[in-house]
Design a protein around this ligand. Sequence first.
Ligand code: AMP
Ligand code: MG
Length: 422
Amino acid sequence: MTTPSLLDITQAEDYDPNSMPVDQARRHIRAFLTPITTVERLAVRDALGRVLAEDIVSPIHVPGHDNSAMDGYAVRHADLAADADVTLRVVGTSFAGKPYLGPVAPGEAVRIFTGAVVPPDCDTIIMQERARAADGKVTLGAGARQGQNRRLAGEDIKTGAVVLRRGQPVRPAELGLIASLGIVEVSVYRRLRVAFFSTGDELVSLGGSLGPGQIFDSNRYTLYGMLTEIGAEVLDMGVIRDEPEAVEQAFAEAAANADVVLTSGGVSVGDADYVKQMLDRLGQVLFWKIAMKPGRPLAFGRIGRAHFFGLPGNPVATMVTFYQFVRDALLVISGRSLGDGVPTFQARLASPIRKAPGRTEFQRGVLSRGEDGQWTVRTTGDQGSGILSSMSQANCFVVLPTAQGNTEAGAMVEVQPFDGIL
Ligand code: AMP
Ligand code: MG
């Protein structure tokens, strides 16, 4: 594996580390990610939450045979009349999993149930609501279309078809789909390993007691949650004091043990000069001020072979930068081929927003359905980057583009929901 050089980024004409547009930062990051290549074979269920390392090719037709979409009667369409009732002799029954094996001659029909094999002599299913059965016979109405209510072998998936592509995540639907092909084991990439620590003399880990001016470390808990939710293996290295030796040792240890090093707090985004020198020694790291709010400072690069993201310390900024930059990056490193990213849509703003042009803002919003059925969004109260309760109250980001200024109630704004169904 060769480590790409970050120098190229800094030589682009429009490169301004002190005012980096959100999109540009995303592009730069994306261009320097090295996905995991180690592959594991896992039983289908164990692959849940992993990323496929192989295309899944169907060894069979699904469905495997022509079968009935209805409870009713399998018939030869040629026996039916265009404009009159027809009475046929019922010669047997085809149950799901227990086909009728005999021949079906002209003038004959077979009682059939949903999912049961359609006898080869028959081509059409008449649903039972259109049939009158009596004395071993069945009378069927006119107007049936040939092939009606018959599901064809291979109509969902044909033998040899590529059903899933390498890079796709294995979610509940994929588990079922893979199982429907009779495939027992799949190749997936190994789990991403992320080491993280907090930096700051004011931080106390849970279980400790607060001294004067100290606070509990919350970022390690949000990071733990966000990382676990995307399927990463986490290595929590605790709180590191703002001391050069301690910080250097933590960076070196994290980089040696993980694919990605994630830190939060001023030290990690290079507020202290010694950090920049240290990281230049240990790897190559760029320090950016992103034109966004919250979450202006962001460090990005490599320490040893590990990817590095230095997040700002303010708890909301940590989460916003994680979701807006790190999450997609980690998915790519995990082997995922990403689509268009997290969807956004337009919602009506319920109350005015104050905003100065010049930065992209990710305000915390509450989406609800208005009386007219339209999705309406209001922002949570104080949008300060230390107000972590805003992330808990919110169910979406309100994404306000760089050029936008104050926005009136009633305007349409872009929202990015926190939850999807899958
Ligand atoms: P810093 O980026 O280190 O200057 O920190 C900015 C603000 O975020 C300060 O108020 C810190 O106390 C706070 N902060 C930094 N790290 C954490 C953390 N792990 N948990 C909670 N607050 C933090
Ligand atoms: Mg700090």
